[in-house]
Ligand binder design. Structure first.
Ligand code: IMP
Ligand code: MG
Length: 179
């Protein structure tokens, strides 16, 4: 099986516009004078996160940290059991936290990660995803901020990869499988 890049699904302009809107929503909801910890899930979400936080107002107390997690299982089936490769440096106890992820699919990874983070007693814990493949959900996860709902199609670019490739694309594109 080989893979080829498909059509543009979301252009860089459309993404940038939506990122601004999400930042405005986050700013509106944020608690004045309290730090907001934005937790990016490496590697995919780092692209989205860096654009997102730069759209937040300068007078907001924004902190950025990253986690690297992987779910056990083979490459196609997510088991949902999360293994931490790199943990937060920030103590999130009593803080407002937003977890930023590139895409939510089955929801298993995020669901386990949220359970783990809840155990650290943040004041609040919200979820922000750029893309949501709703029809693939296997477990309920409350998504507080969502960029785009997309159909069940594999996509790459703007941080999203296919076997490590194509994260660097400016637009989000489909992938065509060739036998
Ligand atoms: P899940 O919600 O636990 O099934 O896992 C979500 C993860 O699957 C994401 O963080 C991505 O790494 C990966 N993923 C799901 N769909 C896609 C896609 O279309 N392109 C690239 N990665 C994807
Ligand atoms: Mg990921």
């Amino acid at each position: 099986m080989s893979y080829k890049l498909g059509e543009v699904l979301l252009s860089r302009e459309v993404i940038a516009e939506r990122v601004k809107e999400i930042a405005a929503e986050i700013a509106k909801d944020s608690e004045k004078g309290k730090p907001l910890v934005i937790v990016g899930i490496l590697t995919g979400a780092s692209f989205f996160l860096t654009d997102l936080v730069r759209e937040l107002p300068e007078d907001m107390d924004v902190r950025v940290d990253f986690m690297s997690v992987a779910s056990y299982g083979d490459s196609t089936v997510t088991s949902g059991v999360v293994r931490i490769f790199h943990d937060l440096k920030t103590n999130i106890e009593g803080k407002n936290v937003i977890v930023v992820e590139d895409i939510i699919d089955s929801g298993l990874t995020l669901s386990h990660l949220l359970t783990l983070l809840k155990g650290r007693h943040p004041a609040s814990l919200k979820v922000c995803v750029l893309l949501d493949k709703k029809e693939r959900r296997k477990t309920e996860v409350k998504v507080d901020y969502c960029g785009f709902s997309i159909p069940d199609e594999f996509v790459v670019g703007y941080g999203l990869d296919c076997a490590g490739m194509w994260r660097h694309l400016k637009d989000i594109k489909g992938v065509i499988e060739e036998k």
